[in-house]
Structures are given as structure tokens and as C-alpha cells.
Design a protein around this ligand. Structure first.
Ligand code: PGA
Length: 240
């Protein structure tokens, strides 16, 4: 399966950040490698500029969230149609920071994923257990429940991407053991079937990318902090 390396910039990046992407591309002689998909999800304010500036370099651009509706009275929200209009082709939905900060339920995440499909975007649906849930031996059950509630019913092949991001691994420098990643990704694979890319996310960095990306059923990575620096993100891409 074609790997997908996705950078989630979260609420980071002003207009000058395009220079960091220029540095990343310079590392690959100006365009992304042919053998994999490279995606950057910058803050919404940068999507249109990045999409037009980096289109010819093969770099994919995505959003970090979308509203279920196409338009309407939802102050401050962005629809999937607006993201695609701005040049995005992916959108992250159900990131644990949105599930926590904005009280997003599985049902809302599913509605957002369906909105993405309606608009022609590929949703990256995020799931992952808390530390307490893992300690209680519930990690796989929690993730299975999230998948059941968050994934659209009708889908095939590469229409969707799933990102497994244990909440306790995000931004902490800690990662699950490779055996735990194997077990969780195999469990997610049983749920989504073949053809759906399953990304691992949570403290992916140059020093651990190679071993994580080599696992069965790890079809790429969702990278937060390390995607903000061209040198680190380039190393992760090379590891893939
Ligand atoms: P991190 O974030 O790589 O900084 O841990 C990953 C994510 O939240 O997508």
C-alpha cells in the first residue's frame, strides 16, 4: 500500500512558514518522492496559499477539521466544500484534541467524515485510547467502539484513512511498544478491511519513524511536532 506521511501543524504557522516547506522540498530536489504521498495540514489560513504554491511539487494539502454542513449559520466553522475550494484534498476529523477541547462525539466525527466524502475530500479519521483506558486493558475495545461510531457506513478502498493516535502518546515523546502497535493496527485492520491506509500517530520522530513505519498494517504516519521542522519531517519521509 502506498504510504502516506501527514504533517498536522495544529495551531502553528504564519505566512512565513511557507519558507519551511520550501526547505523541506529543497531536501527532495524540489518535489516530493514518487513512491509515497506527502500531506501537510496547516492552519486553515494557509491552505489556499500552500495549495497553489506547492501544487506543482506534488505536495498534498489538507484541513484539520470540517463542519458536517456544506454552508450555513455556523460562525467560525469551515465546511468540507470550502476546504476543497481552497485546494485541500484531505481533512483530519476526530483528532483527540478536538474530541477533548470541543467535546466531539463519535457521531459528530462520523458526520464530519461523511461531509468530507460528500465534498470529495479524503477524511483521516482519528481514534485512540487514553492512558487510563490502556492501563485498564481496554485500549482495543475503546478503539473498536470509536471506529464503529466514527467511520462512515459506506466506503470502499482508499476513500478513507484511519489514524491510530493513543492520546497519551501525543506530544509526550512516549510511544507504545512495537508489539502494542502491531496488535492495535491488526485489530483496526480487521475492522476496516483491506485497502484502507492505517496511520500511526503520537510522538513520531526521526529516531523512531523507521521501526514504526516498518510494521505490518502501519501504512504511514500522522506527525505533529516533528512536522513543523523541515529537517525532521524530511527524515521521517526518508524513513518511509
Ligand atoms: P505529535 O502529534 O507528533 O506532536 O505527538 C501527533 C498528532 O497529534 O497528530
Amino acid at each position: 500500500m502506498r504510504p502516506l506521511i501527514a504533517g498536522n501543524w495544529k495551531m502553528n504557522g504564519l505566512s512565513g512558514a511557507a519558507a519551511e516547506v520550501d526547505r523541506l522540498l529543497a531536501d527532495f530536489a524540489g518535489s516530493t518522492p514518487d513512491s509515497l504521498d506527502i500531506l501537510i495540514c496547516p492552519p486553515t489560513t494557509l491552505i489556499a496559499a500552500f495549495a497553489s504554491r506547492f501544487e506543482n511539487a506534488g505536495l498534498l494539502i489538507g484541513g484539520q477539521d470540517c463542519h458536517p454542513d456544506a454552508f450555513g449559520a455556523h460562525t467560525g466553522d469551515i465546511s468540507a466544500e470550502m476546504l476543497i475550494d481552497a485546494g485541500a484534498c484531505f481533512v483530519i476529523v476526530g483528532h483527540s484534541e478536538r474530541r477533548a477541547d470541543h467535546h466531539e462525539s463519535d457521531a459528530l466525527v462520523r458526520a464530519k467524515a461523511m461531509a468530507a466524502l460528500r465534498a470529495g475530500l479524503t477524511p483521516i479519521v482519528c481514534v485512540g485510547e487514553s492512558e487510563a483506558q490502556r492501563d485498564a486493558g481496554q485500549a482495543e475495545a475503546v478503539v473498536a467502539q470509536q471506529l464503529k461510531g466514527s467511520l462512515p457506513d459506506t466506503r470502499e478502498g482508499d476513500e478513507i484513512v484511519v489514524a491510530y493516535e493513543p492520546v497519551w502518546a501525543i506530544g509526550t515523546g512516549r510511544t507504545p511498544t512495537l508489539a502494542d502497535i502491531d496488535a492495535m493496527h491488526a485489530s483496526i485492520r480487521r475492522h476496516v478491511g483491506h485497502g484502507v491506509r492505517i496511520l500511526y500517530g503520537g510522538s513520531v520522530k526521526p529516531s523512531n519513524a523507521r521501526e514504526i513505519l516498518a510494521r505490518d498494517n502501519v501504512n504511514g504516519a500522522l506527525v505533529g511536532g516533528a512536522s513543523l521542522t523541515a529537517a525532521d519531517f524530511a527524515d521521517i519521509i526518508r524513513a518511509a
